[in-house]
Design a protein around this ligand. Sequence first.
Ligand code: ATP
Length: 207
Amino acid sequence: MPPLGVFGGTFDPIHYGHLRLAEDMADALGLERVRFVPAGQPPHRAAPRTAARHRLEMVRRAVAGNPRFELDARELERDAPSYTVDTLTALRAELGDARPLWLLLGADAFLGLPAWHEWKRLLDLAHVAVAARPGAPLVDALPPELKREVARRQDCAGPAGGVLLRTPPLLDISATVIRDTLARHRSARYWLPDAVLDYIQEQKLYA
Ligand code: ATP
């Protein structure tokens, strides 16, 4: 059964760093699809400043036209905090136990993983693929508990339980810099798709 990628984030806004990570992982892991799952109320960080419906629409526009990408709005459709472990549990129930699932993470998110709700259970549900990110070096920076997990989870053959680290060509783009740039009325063009930027302008987001 072809593997599926799951890529969560606040996507406030979605940008080419996200899209490139997903495309690179789809190629490297042979993913049939990557599901983008915008986070509702992320439990481990400040609430996104942009309303869920806008973040959803920006992701919808960004993934349109890529047949491997799809949008999954489930975390925005519930009021409770969106724990990744709940999302993966629900996906497992829908897809069955045999299908390989890959949770895609940037290195900064992976470094924070031990603070996530039931983080070790994530690895019973999915493999984790981590992409290096500018400013977040991978192997050297890992805390001991993550280093141990990476070392003993080299086997990515089954449906879940492996950890893979990748250093693709890096794009030094962040949503924080995009928001700050737009707030100063400067151009954010070429950091994110024009379709997303047009929506930001139409809706006067981040101004
Ligand atoms: P912010 O600047 O608001 O923290 P962000 O750009 O980090 O936002 P998120 O929505 O928090 O965006 O990120 C979702 C996921 O994408 C995380 O796993 C993050 O590590 C990863 N990611 C974001 N930008 C990049 C990038 N330029 N290269 C690789 N991974 C990235």
